[in-house]
Design a protein around this ligand. Structure first.
Ligand code: GAP
Length: 440
C-alpha cells in the first residue's frame, strides 16, 4: 500500500531531506552557513545527474545521425550578448518592498510582499540577469566578459565551424550540455531555480518553410523523453505561451510542464527561434551564417527549433516523481522508483556476512558487474537494513552473496519494486541483469 503519493503535502521536504541525508544534493558551502541558493551534488547525486545528462545525450546525439554535439566556453565577450539580445532584454522587473526592503521579481508576487504583506513597492526597474566579470588582470571595457546565461549561443556562433567540419545539411542539429548562470532575483524551490545550473539544449536548423512541422515534432519528442524515463503522464502537460509572453527571440514556444509540489511549472521550453540568432550574429560579426543549398543554388538562413531543458531541474522532477512510501511486511519503507538508467547505483552487491570467504566471492561478483553497471558494495548492518537503504536511493537490484553461494555458485537477486528474490547462477548473473534492464 502506498502511503505517500506525489500529492503528499510534505513531498518536497521529504525529498530535500533524503537528498541531503543520502548524498544526492547538499547546500553549498554549508559549513559557512550556505551560499545563496547554490547546491553541491554529492556521491549519489553526481551519478544521477550524469545519468540524466547521459540519457539526454543518448536520445539527442548518440541515437541520431542528424545531430552532433559541442562543448563551448562559458565565458564570452560582450559582443556575443549584444548580438543575441541578452544585454538589452535579458532582464526581470525588480521591485523593493518599501516596508521591509526585500527585493522581489514584480511578476512573481501579485502585488503583495511575501515577506511582510505590504503592497507598497518602488517602481519596477529592469535588472539584467547576466553575471558580469573581467577576463585577464587589467580592468576596463576591453576586459569585460559574461558567464553565459544559456548554452544556445555557442551553437549559433559555431554554426559555420560545425557545417564545415561535419558537412551536415538542414535539417540538422547541434546539441550541448553545460553550466549556465543567471543572477536570479529570487532563486527558489530547492534546485528548481538556482543561479548556477545545468542546461541540455539543442538547436535544430531547418528550411524556414518546414519550421512549424519540426516544432511540433520536437515538442512531441521531448514530451515522450520524460515519459520514457518514468514521469507519469498525469504529472506532465504542454503549455503554449501566449504571443505577448514570448521571449525576445521566439516566434512560438511550448513548454513541457511537470506538476511540482507547488503546481505545474516549466521543465523545458521548445521554441521556434526563427532566423533571429543567425541573422543577429551575421549582422553583428560581419560573418555570414547561412546555408548554401546546392539543389536550388541559393543561400538561405535556416530557422531554428530549440528544445531547451534543465538537467538539474529535470533531476529534481525525476526525484519527486520517484519518491514513494509503501508497506513491506507491516513496515513502511521509502523507495525511489527511479528508472534504472537514472538510478545512482544500478546494482548493490551485499555479502550476507563479513566472513572473508563471502567477501572474496562478493568482490569477484562486483568486479564482473562493474564494467557494465554502477555498483555499490555494502557489508554493514543487517541484510534487511541494507535492502531498505538501497530502496531509499533507488537501486533497482540487490545481489546477495550467502553461505550457499560457496557451494551452489549462485546468488540472490532482489528486485527493488516487487522485493521478489530469485536465485541466479553467478555465471548467468550479468546476462540476467542485462535482460532485466532490457539491454538484450
Ligand atoms: N536557450 C533558451 C533558454 O535558455 P529557458 O526557458 O530560459 O530557455 C531552458 O531555459 C531551461 O533551462 C528551463 O526550462 C529550465 O529547465 C532550465 N533553467 C532555466 N533557468 C534556470 C534556473 N535559474 N535554475 C535551474 N534551471 C533553469
Amino acid at each position: 500500500m502506498e502511503t505517500a503519493t506525489p500529492d503528499d503535502p510534505n513531498l518536497l521536504d521529504k525529498v530535500i531531506n533524503l537528498a541531503k541525508r543520502r548524498g544526492f544534493i547538499f547546500p553549498s558551502a554549508e559549513i559557512y552557513g550556505g551560499f545563496r541558493s547554490t547546491y553541491d551534488y554529492g556521491p549519489l547525486g553526481v551519478n544521477m545527474l550524469r545519468n540524466v545528462k547521459q540519457a539526454w545525450w543518448t536520445a539527442m546525439v548518440q541515437r541520431r545521425s542528424d545531430i552532433v554535439g559541442i562543448d563551448a566556453a562559458i565565458l564570452g565577450p560582450p559582443a556575443v550578448w549584444a548580438a543575441s539580445g541578452h544585454l538589452e532584454t535579458f532582464t526581470d522587473p525588480l521591485v523593493d518592498c518599501l516596508q521591509c526592503k526585500e527585493r522581489w521579481r514584480e511578476d512573481k508576487i501579485d502585488g503583495v510582499c511575501p515577506n511582510c504583506g505590504s503592497t507598497k513597492f518602488t517602481e519596477a526597474r529592469a535588472f539584467n540577469l547576466m553575471f558580469k566579470t573581467q577576463a585577464g588582470p587589467v580592468e576596463g571595457e576591453g576586459a569585460t566578459a559574461y558567464l553565459r546565461p544559456e548554452t544556445a549561443q555557442g551553437m549559433f556562433t559555431n554554426f559555420n565551424n560545425v557545417l564545415a567540419a561535419t558537412r551536415k545539411k538542414p535539417p540538422f542539429g547541434i546539441a550541448q550540455i553545460g553550466k549556465s548562470f543567471r543572477n536570479e532575483i529570487t532563486p527558489q524551490n530547492f534546485v528548481f531555480r538556482t543561479r548556477e545550473f545545468e542546461q541540455m539544449e539543442m538547436e535544430y536548423f531547418v528550411p524556414p518553410a518546414d519550421a512549424p512541422t519540426w516544432h511540433q515534432y520536437w515538442i512531441k519528442e521531448r514530451y515522450d523523453w520524460y515519459i520514457g524515463l518514468g514521469l507519469p503522464s498525469a504529472k506532465l502537460r504542454l503549455y503554449e505561451h501566449a504571443r505577448e509572453d514570448l521571449s525576445h527571440y521566439s516566434k512560438g514556444t511550448t513548454d513541457v510542464e511537470f506538476e511540482f509540489p507547488w503546481g505545474f511549472d516549466e521543465l523545458e521550453g521548445v521554441a521556434n527561434r526563427g532566423d533571429y540568432d543567425l541573422t543577429q550574429h551575421s549582422n553583428a560579426s560581419g560573418v555570414k551564417l547561412e546555408f548554401f543549398d546546392q539543389t536550388t543554388n541559393e543561400h538561405y538562413t535556416p530557422y531554428v527549433i530549440e528544445p531547451a531543458a534543465g538537467a538539474t531541474r529535470a533531476m529534481m522532477a525525476f526525484l519527486l516523481a520517484a519518491y514513494c512510501e509503501d508497506e513491506i511486511e507491516g513496515e513502511v519503507r521509502t523507495v525511489l522508483r527511479l528508472d534504472w538508467r537514472l538510478a545512482p547505483y544500478q546494482v548493490a552487491v551485499l555479502p550476507l556476512s563479513k566472513k572473508p570467504e563471502l567477501e572474496g566471492v562478493s568482490q569477484k561478483v562486483l568486479g564482473e558487474l562493474q564494467p557494465y553497471f554502477m555498483c555499490d558494495y555494502d557489508v554493514t548492518q543487517s541484510i534487511g537494513r541494507r535492502y531498505r537503504r538501497q530502496d531509499e536511493v533507488g537501486t533497482p537490484f540487490c545481489v546477495t552473496v550467502d553461505f550457499d553461494s560457496l557451494n551452489d555458485h549462485s546468488v540472490t537477486v532482489r528486485d527493488r519494486d516487487t522485493t521478489s528474490q530469485t536465485r541466479v547462477k553467478i555465471d548467468d548473473l550479468l546476462g540476467e541483469l542485462r535482460t532485466r534492464t532490457g539491454q538484450h
